[in-house]
Design a protein around this ligand. Structure first.
Ligand SMILES: [Zn+2]
Length: 312
């Protein structure tokens, strides 16, 4: 399956799970990372008193061309990318689920792609490098039901990757996930995960320090998470924004992966305006690793200012 096909599949709920790439699964070995590489795959930081870590799962790389990129005006996308010092030929989306230790709870936000969509399936190795065995995870919080966020819930053999964790997902997203799996005729992941799922109402306080934030547009129950400790905050924005260049500098461009394009635009613009005004600390699950930084106003728009390069 080529990258185009993988990305097309990713845009359909759970279809990427149904179509999981055999060649990607063969080459993906979650235990393959050497210790030196593991260090580069984790970035530990604090949110107030809480310990957190960005955990690299891999990278999705797509060509800047019609049908593969979610931004239809590829010439304009090329101009924005090259202006930012990047190649205009391709778009790189990192994948880095977020680990948060919230008191007794060991919380993982999203689960990566599980080796699908051309990614490297490093999440479990990264988690272990951060000192956490998958059996120690108590809560998995899902932003939305696309394959690069829920694919890591199960391993290649279909068993649960985090067997003791409650899987928390917004109630509308859970309904969307079930309907999508039924439509795609793909129920293996759904069957495995259903006994662990605890849906919540949009906006719910999910753990003592983590509150769900409804971010409309990408999927029907798409959810960000605000992690708070004392006066410190971090907002996990999920797929409200994908590219740290295009999504931030051209939030008004409709993203073909959003189920409601207009709502997606409004959500992005609101996040950028409020985030820049407040100097809010942001976590972009698809931004360059480790995905930590802030939005800043520049000229008529916004730019992404990373907090760190993530180098150990
Ligand atoms: Zn995604």
């Amino acid at each position: 399956m080529n990258v185009h096909a993988r990305l097309a599949a990713a845009a359909l709920i759970l279809a990427s799970i149904a179509a999981c790439s055999p060649e990607a699964e063969k080459t993906a070995d979650p235990t393959a990372a050497a210790p030196a590489a593991e260090n580069a795959d984790i970035h530990a930081f604090r949110i107030g008193a809480l310990e957190a870590a960005a955990l690299r799962d891999g990278e999705i790389r797509l060509a800047n061309k019609a049908g593969e990129s979610p931004w239809s005006d590829t010439a304009a996308a090329r101009a924005v990318l090259t202006e930012a010092g990047q190649s205009g030929d391709s778009i790189s989306l990192s994948v880095q689920p977020l680990l948060v230790r919230d008191g007794e709870r060991v919380v993982l936000i999203d689960t990566g792609a599980g080796g699908r969509m051309g990614t490297q399936n490093r999440l479990v190795a990264s988690l272990r490098a951060a000192g956490v065995d998958p059996t120690m995870v108590t809560d998995v919080l899902i932003s939305h039901a696309h394959g690069d966020h829920v694919g890591g819930l199960v391993g290649a053999d279909g068993s649960l990757t985090f067997p003791r964790a409650a899987v928390r997902i917004s109630a509308p997203e859970w309904e969307y996930m079930k309907a999508g799996a039924a439509r795609a005729g793909e129920t293996a992941l759904l069957t495995a995960v259903t006994p662990r799922v605890q849906p919540f109402a949009p906006g719910a306080q999910v753990t003592p320090s983590i509150k769900a934030v409804a971010l409309a547009g990408h999927t029907p129950g798409h959810t960000g998470y605000e992690i708070a400790s004392g006066t410190d905050r971090l907002l996990y924005v999920g797929d409200a924004l994908h590219s740290s260049v295009i999504s931030v500098q051209r939030p008004d461009w409709v993203n073909a992966w959003d189920t409601d394009g207009a709502a997606g635009v409004a959500t992005r613009q609101g996040l950028l305006e409020r985030g820049a005004a407040a100097g809010a600390r942001i976590y972009g699950v698809h931004f360059p690793f480790p995905g930590l930084g802030r939005f800043q106003r520049r000229d008529d728009g916004f730019v992404w200012v990373p907090e760190t390069t993530g180098q150990p």
